[in-house]
Design a protein around this ligand. Structure first.
Ligand SMILES: Cc1ncc(COP(=O)(O)O)c(C=O)c1O
Length: 325
């Protein structure tokens, strides 16, 4: 039986203390285990909420998407649970196992175009059919609201406001949700540290340029952070309230090293996008920032584009780097 439309599609994730990260940060560090969400990442919180709102408020009868990554997975999981059809347009460059993953949730998968832009054009064409709705991977207000439930859970899981939430930033949907959640919780003096990798650094590029800019391409291994430009809403908020959003760019090497260490410490595999967030503690970024007293929460955003073979390749790269230095 499919759940009622208003039933939440995400789960309450565990908040685990990490002794190793606490040791490195010099204060207690908690891991919000979003990798455990249906669909493999936090994305289901926001995307699920957007899709539920689209059905209940707009009477949508078919969803259209254009993501072969974690956003696409969240759409597929949500659509199946809601019993509403979804067609996903993805480029030929999408990893074959992600196509299989999507198909497992019965999404109509159309592989078209060489890159995301071409696939997205096909998705927009499909929108001409009545009753359809295009689900954006990060830039819809209902998505931010859905992501804000993460902080709502923290209110029940932590005795008091954390000193900082460490996250990663791609297009900015997750960070916008965290900020909204902090505001609602009355924790607005808790800043969010938004980590990103070189080559997927659209937020840092916007901050440097003083306006939203478009990266020429994505060169980072953290492809899930690969939005070419950051949400205008996040950029504007970072200008209005700079104390609420800290930003730091790490190398791919540091993001990969964090994923490898996390696999060893927690026996959990996460993408380099998530490694970027974890590197905020593993590589000591947090220790050099002026942040309020209190515990640190790291959002373990998760991700599907990872397996043991990739972790082992990265581990070998790390060991080669150590030997050559
Ligand atoms: C695992 C993972 N982490 C982080 C992000 C970045 O999220 P946002 O685009 O909302 O900033 C994504 C985006 O797809 C993701 O899949």
């Amino acid at each position: 039986m499919s759940p009622k439309k208003s039933e939440s599609l995400h789960i309450v994730t565990p908040l685990l203390e990490s002794k190793e990260l606490s040791r490195l940060a010099g204060r207690r560090v908690w891991l919000k285990m979003e990798n455990m969400q249906p669909g493999g990442s936090f994305k289901i919180r926001g995307i699920g909420h957007t899709m539920q709102e689209a059905v209940s408020k707009l009477g949508v009868t078919r969803f259209i998407g254009s993501s072969g990554g974690n956003a696409g997975m969240a759409m597929a999981v949500a659509a199946q649970k809601m019993n509403v059809p979804l067609t996903i347009y993805i480029p030929t460059s999408t990893k074959p196992f992600m196509i299989d993953n999507l198909k497992n949730y019965c999404a109509d998968v159309v592989v078209t175009g060489e890159n995301w832009n071409q696939a997205n054009e096909a998705a927009k064409e499909a929108l001409k059919q009545e009753g359809t709705f295009l689900v954006h991977p990060y830039d819809q207000p209902d998505t931010w609201e859905g992501h804000s439930t993460l902080v709502q859970e923290l209110q029940n899981q932590l005795p008091q406001a954390p000193g900082c939430i460490v996250s990663c930033v791609g297009g900015g949907g997750l960070v916008l949700g965290l900020l909204q959640g902090l505001e609602k919780a009355g924790w607005s003096s808790t800043p969010v540290l938004a980590m990103e990798t070189e080559g997927a650094h659209c937020f840092a590029a916007a901050r440097q340029a003083g306006q939203v800019v478009q990266l020429a391409g994505i060169t980072s291994v953290a492809t899930s952070l690969g939005a070419l430009s950051v949400s205008e809403t996040l950029f504007n908020l970072s200008v209005e309230k700079p104390e609420r959003i800290l930003n730091h760019v790490v190398s791919d090497t540091k993001a990969k090293a964090a994923s490898v260490k996390f696999a060893d410490n927690m026996r959990v595999l996460v993408e380099a996008s998530c490694g970027a967030a974890l590197s905020g503690v593993y590589s000591g970024v947090i220790n050099h920032l002026d942040i309020p007293q209190g515990d640190i929460v790291v959002v373990v955003c998760g991700g599907n584009i990872i397996n043991l073979e990739i972790i082992n390749t990265w581990r070998q790269e790390m060991s080669n780097l150590t030997q050559n230095s």
